[in-house]
Write a protein that binds this ligand. Structure first.
Ligand SMILES: Cc1cc2nc3c(=O)[nH]c(=O)nc-3n(C[C@H](O)[C@H](O)[C@H](O)COP(=O)(O)OP(=O)(O)OC[C@H]3O[C@@H](n4cnc5c(N)ncnc54)[C@H](O)[C@@H]3O)c2cc1C
Length: 396
């Protein structure tokens, strides 16, 4: 087996395969530990996978409730509920450490780590990939290939599984800044009076007093990469004004990355190739979370291969639909609607964060937009989140 990419999707896939006794090559172009642009917040479903697989993350912080601030400056505290199949908290660990922990676990289980950039595939006429070819000319042969090579997924492109124009793209940047952050903070701002900014800024707690500050946008066709740096500076100024960042706190180097969201524009399986994580475009279009989905899909891909390589593609496609099909398409539709109606969205967020109203909606907001309605413990907020999910799915 060949797993391309040793991020959370690839390392979990390789770990599950190797533990079952499969021969696995885990190929990544980077030398680990490596950095990755991220808010460093792993959601509850990802934490559950760590527990299931018995992977310890020493030094990780915990994140539970989240403070969502609206354009008026009012905030709603979104509660973290334990579900039937996930805990009531996420965890915080820099990706440089987190991804290294996962990759080491895969290697300890018996996967063979290879540092190489995959630059071509040797494909037979029926689409079967016989081998990956690396930029230094090596051929890595494999019966099954799991493409976990990130949002830009060279493998998805080379095998014709990605339609870029049909995909839903986002872009986000982040930096570390010294700050103590009691609760993860997510700020929805207006771009101009009464019109919502097409994304959000965040200030998440970190380890060793280094918080993670960033800003991300959903990109309905246009590219705002250059503008984002200016937006991040303005966002940091706003946080200083509100006392959430110290006046002189130095903002570290800024790095960024693409997000591919909503499961759109991509075939998750074709021939003997299965795509997992960002390569399969599984990022949540409403809030940009992708680590949990990467780990979940990596595990599902590996399990499908272990049952039968011959039927892995269809089994994996079904498993993805069962895991994400009730949420992702509706969330993608809702994201488009929100971005297309910036005035209504700004008014809606003001309402959701208004004193007196916010308590009523906070639980539903938390469960729905974090994709946690499925598997939630029955309570009014869970029923409401399930209803929102069903309506969004119908409209999306
Ligand atoms: C700024 C930012 C903030 C984010 N914040 C959060 C957050 O707080 N929480 C969250 O859950 N999600 C967040 N996300 C999304 C999250 O980072 C991704 O969803 C997650 O990294 C997906 O994991 P993955 O394993 O699919 O891909 P990746 O983590 O991108 O790993 C892909 C791997 O493939 C390797 N690779 C690529 N091309 C090749 C090649 N040709 N040959 C060999 N190897 C290759 C890369 O080196 C990389 O190691 C954020 C994203 C961005 C950009």
């Amino acid at each position: 087996m060949l797993v391309a990419g040793a991020g959370p999707a690839g390392s979990v896939a390789a770990l599950v395969l190797a533990r079952a006794g499969a021969r696995v090559a885990l190929v990544d172009k980077a030398s680990f530990p490596r950095d990755k642009a991220c808010g460093d917040l792993v959601g509850p479903r990802g934490v559950q996978i760590l527990t299931d697989l018995g992977i310890a993350t020493p030094g990780a912080g915990r994140g539970s409730d989240l403070l969502a601030v609206g354009p008026s400056g009012n905030a709603s505290r979104l509660p973290a509920f334990s579900g039937r199949c996930y805990p009531g908290h996420g965890l915080v660990l820099p990706r440089r450490t987190f991804d290294d922990v996962l990759r080491r676990a895969a290697l300890s289980a018996g996967a063979c780590g290879i540092r190489a950039r995959i630059s071509a595939v040797d494909q037979s006429a029926d689409g079967t990939v016989r081998a990956a070819v690396t930029s230094d000319g090596r051929r890595i042969e494999a019966g099954t290939v799991i493409g976990a090579d990130g949002a830009l997924s060279p493998l998805a492109r080379m095998t014709g599984m990605l339609d870029e124009r049909e995909s839903l793209w986002g872009f986000a940047i982040r930096a570390y800044v010294p700050a103590q952050v009691p609760l993860p903070l997510l700020v929805l701002m207006d771009a101009e009076a009464g019109r919502i900014y097409p994304g959000y800024g965040w200030l998440f707690p970190g380890v060793d007093g280094q918080a993670n500050v960033g800003i991300g946008v959903g990109l309905p066709g246009d590219c705002r990469q250059a503008a984002l740096r200016g937006d991040l500076s303005r966002f940091c100024a706003l946080l200083r004004e509100r006392g959430q960042l110290a006046p002189g706190a130095p903002v570290g180097p800024v790095i960024g990355g693409w997000l591919r969201m909503g499961g759109l524009g991509v075939r998750p399986a074709s021939g003997n190739v299965l795509l997992a994580g960002d390569a399969a475009g599984l990022v949540n279009p409403l809030q940009g979370e992708g680590i949990s989905q990467a780990m979940m899909s990596g595990r599902l891909a590996a399990e499908a291969v272990l049952v039968s390589p011959a039927t892995a593609g269809s089994a994996y496609t079904d498993a993805l639909r069962a895991a994400f099909g009730r949420y992702l398409p509706g969330a993608a539709g809702l994201q488009r609607a929100l971005l297309n109606h910036p005035r209504a969205t700004s008014a809606g967020v003001r309402l959701l964060t208004a004193p007196g109203v916010r308590r009523v909606f906070a639980g539903t907001w938390s469960l729905y937009w974090n994709g946690l309605a499925d598997g939630a413990v029955p309570r009014p907020a869970a029923w409401a989140a399930t209803a929102v999910q069903a309506i969004a799915r119908r409209i999306g």
